[in-house]
Design a protein around this ligand. Structure first.
Ligand code: HEC
Length: 212
């Protein structure tokens, strides 16, 4: 019985796929390549590798057709735009659900209720530095016509919401006050402007603005 017949059917199948040679017959597939004594056998590629490779080529054709010619089904640009639309809709929905966080109404409030509410907020958060009558202390006088950061509803609203220059002590009050409260207290600051405080601090700032 020859060696060949002793092998199981599976082994014989593998051998036929790889055309593997026993050491004894290796000479048959020896190439004439010789690199300083290192020589090369002309083995066939492992079948799993070779047919896997063919498979990727076949898949790539489907892939190419799908991605580049079937644009209305799959298009990166459309997908991106759809995602952006979705994101915008979510932001809008969040804004709708939390209007007090996003509205910045800088129109001047003059009704008594709003000014009373502004005065209350001023009394709680602002008097320590600006004094109850706005005459100023650590913070500047708010009653004169000189402003460091700018007068008028829009500028005052912005200063209260976003704070003064870094390190000066005027923090961004939007962390503790909602948009309505900022609008009210800004309106109250405008109302204080032009009044005469008990101990006015000297004017500071180069921007001129007064209510009158
Ligand atoms: C810890 C002290 C402090 C508190 C509290 C404070 N401020 Fe100020 N505020 C300052 C200082 C200091 C400045 C000047 C900021 C600068 O120079 O950048 C200022 C500036 C301002 C300005 C701009 C003045 C200008 O000349 O442009 C306004 C308006 C103002 N504050 C309003 C308020 C309101 C309203 C509150 C309460 C919600 C408040 N501040 C609370 C210290 C304070």
């Amino acid at each position: 019985m020859s060696n060949e017949q002793n092998l199981s059917a599976w082994k014989r199948f593998l051998k036929s796929m790889t055309k593997a040679h026993d050491i004894a017959t290796e000479e048959d597939i020896m190439t004439d390549h010789d690199y300083d004594g290192i020589r090369e056998l002309d083995n066939v590629l492992p079948p799993w590798w070779k047919y896997g490779f063919y498979l990727t080529i076949i898949i790539s054709i489907f892939y190419y057709v799908q991605v580049f010619t079937n644009a209305e089904e799959y298009n990166q640009e459309q997908e991106y735009l759809a995602e952006v639309e979705k994101g915008k809709a979510e932001v809008e929905a969040y804004k709708q659900a939390n209007p007090e966080l996003f509205k910045t109404d800088v129109s001047l409030l003059t009704d008594n209720a709003s000014l009373e509410a502004g005065k209350k907020t001023f009394g709680t958060y602002c008097v320590a530095c600006h004094m109850a009558d706005g005459g100023g202390g650590i913070g500047p006088n708010l009653t004169d016509d000189k402003w460091i950061l700018g007068g008028g509803m829009e500028k005052i609203y912005h200063t209260i919401a976003e704070g003064g220059r870094p390190g000066k002590g005027m923090v961004a009050w939007k962390a503790s006050l909602n948009a309505d409260q900022i609008q009210q207290v800004a309106s109250y600051v405008v109302a204080l402007n032009g009044t005469t405080p008990a101990n006015p601090k000297a004017a500071e700032g180069d921007i001129t603005w007064s209510k009158q």
